[in-house]
Design a protein around this ligand. Structure first.
Ligand SMILES: C[S@@+](CC[C@H](N)C(=O)[O-])C[C@H]1O[C@@H](n2cnc3c(N)ncnc32)[C@H](O)[C@@H]1O
Length: 406
């Protein structure tokens, strides 16, 4: 029997709220003051690991089905082994005393792994620091949207800004950022605001900002509803001619031939005889649909089959659209086959500071966005493949089904 069966786990996610797992049927989100809990059916790993915006979990009220118990226990074991949570065994071990742990309570465990990786991305931070230092004047009022560890606010403070609003929706990481600002003697300049930016009232931001600094770029390029949040922040929190870092984001796609695409193709081939049934019709539907994964594009192992094409350029200073669909063409560089497509971004931080996760640029902590076709697509040199890109919260790329090669 797993030791987690008896575990009463409590993870505090803000001074007032904690998640409780009592090893039986339910994972409960509780308010410390009222002791009223709501049961939430959600992926425990997501909640504990990412501490997602828990204000939205109200929609997910439901008891854990008993079938999920084993999965939860497995997750807990994994989270414990990574020291993301502590069990009652470990709870007796004293935590190092600090202002932060006193504030958070001893059950909090901040997941800083991804922020540490971002902090160690010197290319990313050199580019941001340069753009920030060029933009900041002594009277600058700035906003750091999604401040995370606070690093971009700290660069802005060190560059001499008068005031910085640092907004962050993860309650654990913003406390860390505050403690770091104090440790560095720059807390006076920074106004920390906990919560998703969309929940911050317009009147809270007074005076309005003349510089927006945001790094909410992900491996999936447009993640975390970045367009909605950026447009909303521009409309409600910025002065009319405010500068934005980045002010523009370009999305590039190119085609390639990868040996690794085989397993996906085998999965589709299986559909010809699935449990003794013929599912080949589904294979036809899947044929031009690409599956997505985040991975590093290996310039040595893969054969590049087209030049990269800029398929979308988003100017955040004037952008209004939060969904889009585009058609574009990729031209085959040689005879062969296309198995996959690779997407990457170029973020324009200022007129001549560009940050990119292009596979040919020096590596950053970002991977690339890889799309794999269900079946290889044969091409002859100079063939033009008509593609479509759709963004509706996730960025999808497919061969345009009604046109194909022409
Ligand atoms: C990619 S991290 C960057 C953190 C930090 N700015 C840096 O450069 O290291 C993005 C951060 O933005 C936060 N975030 C994303 N959207 C947000 C929003 N709308 N309001 C507040 N925080 C947000 C995430 O929780 C995450 O900590």
């Amino acid at each position: 029997m797993s030791k987690f069966q008896d575990l009463s786990l409590q993870v505090k996610i803000s001074p007032e709220t904690y998640i409780k797992f009592d090893g039986s049927e339910q994972l409960v989100l509780k308010n410390i003051h009222s002791e009223e809990g709501i049961s939430i059916k959600y992926d425990i790993m997501l909640i504990l690991y990412e501490l997602v915006d828990w204000r939205s979990v109200g929609e997910l009220i439901a008891p854990w089905p008993p079938d999920d118990q084993e999965k939860i226990i497995e997750h807990l074991g994994m989270l414990e082994s990574q020291h993301i949570i502590m069990t009652s065994d470990a709870e007796s071990m004293p935590l190092p005393e600090s202002g932060l742990s006193a504030h958070l309570g001893k059950n909090i465990h901040i997941n800083v792994e991804n922020h540490h990786a971002m902090l160690r991305d010197y290319i990313r931070l050199a580019a941001y620091r340069r753009a920030i230092e060029r933009a900041v004047k002594p009277d600058t009022v700035a906003m750091d949207l999604g401040c995370g560890s606070g690093i971009l606010s700290f660069f802005t403070a060190k560059a001499g800004a008068q005031k910085i609003y640092a907004i962050e929706r993860r309650p654990d990481i913003i406390l860390l950022a505050q403690a770091l600002a104090e440790a560095n003697g720059i807390a006076e300049q920074i106004d920390f605001i906990e919560g998703a930016s969309s929940h911050v009232s317009e009147s809270r931001i007074d005076p309005k900002a003349d510089l927006l600094v945001a790094e909410i770029l992900g491996n999936g390029i447009l993640e975390e509803n970045v367009l909605e949040f950026t447009i909303d922040a521009r409309r409600r929190f910025l002065k009319p001619d405010a500068r934005m870092i980045p002010f523009q984001l370009d999305i590039y796609i190119f085609a390639f031939d990868s040996g690794l695409a085989m397993s996906r193709q085998e999965e589709v081939h299986e559909l010809n005889d699935l449990y003794g049934l013929d599912f080949s019709l589904l294979a036809k539907v899947l044929c031009n649909k690409a599956t997505t994964r985040m991975d590093r594009y290996n310039t040595m192992l893969n054969k590049t089959m087209s030049e990269p094409v800029m398929v979308k350029s988003l100017d955040f200073r004037i952008l209004e659209e939060t969904v889009f669909a585009n058609r574009f063409e990729l031209e085959a560089l040689e005879d062969g086959q296309i198995t996959s497509f690779c997407g990457y971004f170029k973020a324009h931080l200022d007129e001549d500071t560009i940050l990119t996760n292009s596979p040919w640029a020096p590596a950053t902590h970002w991977t690339q966005l890889i799309y794999t076709l269900a079946a290889p697509y044969p091409v002859k040199k100079s063939d033009k493949v008509t593609m479509e890109m759709i963004y509706d919260g996730a960025l999808r790329v497919n061969i345009a089904t009604d046109l194909g090669v022409h």
